[in-house]
Design a protein. Structure first.
Lengths: 75, 173
């Protein structure tokens, strides 16, 4: 990362992606609860896999985010 | 600017007070949530949501592992076609209704309406289970919602005939 301004842009972009992932997970949880109450149990495992995948993706993004943040602060 | 608020800006040669180095965040800045804190909250929220989804996915498996008692239903064996009777299963706090259709097949359901938990009753003329609170209708042959506000079927009570006696042996949700 060349400058702190570029770093800020990247930080904001990744922050947006993580927030979007949390919104998707909220939607998946909503659907899982809806399916559970409607006894459509076939929906539960795909929503769990989707939510787990998004959580892993968010974890990877946050790890990357703090990694480059450390590099930027202590070049 | 008060003396204690001096941050040793370039235009001034005053030294900041010693406590400033121990407490570098000013009162106003303390109310802000930084981007780093925000992304940490979001990551924690993401993990919690995945955990909640795992709990929701595990509920049907936990319910399947639940064992139900075997309870005889008094009077079920002598029930006439197109008639119903009420009983309690699996506990005294769970009202149920048994219905014998015109063909003589005996079926049983939870009596608790899946809309807002009123008690459903059997309507002989229409051969349906009827919730009088909000005019919900369920089919008597499967407990499916067929009219009114309910959208989920009635839990079905599994029955077994042993000799002359009818037993309730489980709940199928």
């Amino acid at each position: 990362m060349a400058t702190s301004k570029q770093g800020l842009t990247l930080f904001n972009a990744l922050l947006f992606f993580v927030a979007a992932g949390v919104v998707v997970q909220t939607w998946l949880l909503w659907n899982a609860v809806d399916a559970l109450l409607a006894k459509r149990t076939a929906v539960l495992i795909p929503t769990l896999l989707g939510s787990g995948f998004v959580a892993l993706l968010n974890g990877a993004l946050v790890t990357f985010l703090f990694h480059f943040d450390r590099k930027l602060r202590r070049p | 600017m008060a003396k204690d608020d001096c941050k040793n800006c370039p235009d001034c040669d005053k030294k900041p007070p010693k406590w400033r180095s121990d407490f570098p965040v000013s009162w106003d800045e303390d109310n802000y949530v930084t981007r780093r804190e925000m992304v940490k909250f979001l990551a924690l929220g993401s993990v919690l949501l995945a955990g909640a989804n795992a709990i929701v996915a595990a509920i049907p498996y936990l319910e399947a592992a639940t064992t139900f008692p075997e309870t005889p239903i008094a009077g079920a064996e002598s029930l006439a076609p197109n008639q119903s009777l009420t009983f309690r299963y699996p506990t005294e706090a769970d009202p149920c209704i048994a219905v014998k259709d015109k063909a003589g097949k005996l079926l049983a359901y939870s009596q608790v309406c899946t809309h807002l938990s009123c008690a459903v009753v059997y309507e002989q003329a229409k051969d349906v289970l009827f919730c009088p609170c909000h005019h919900g209708y369920f089919s008597a042959d499967a407990g499916r919602p067929i009219g009114g506000p309910p959208v989920r079927p009635l839990p079905r009570i599994k029955l077994e005939q042993r000799g002359a006696q009818i037993f309730a042996v489980g709940v199928e949700v």
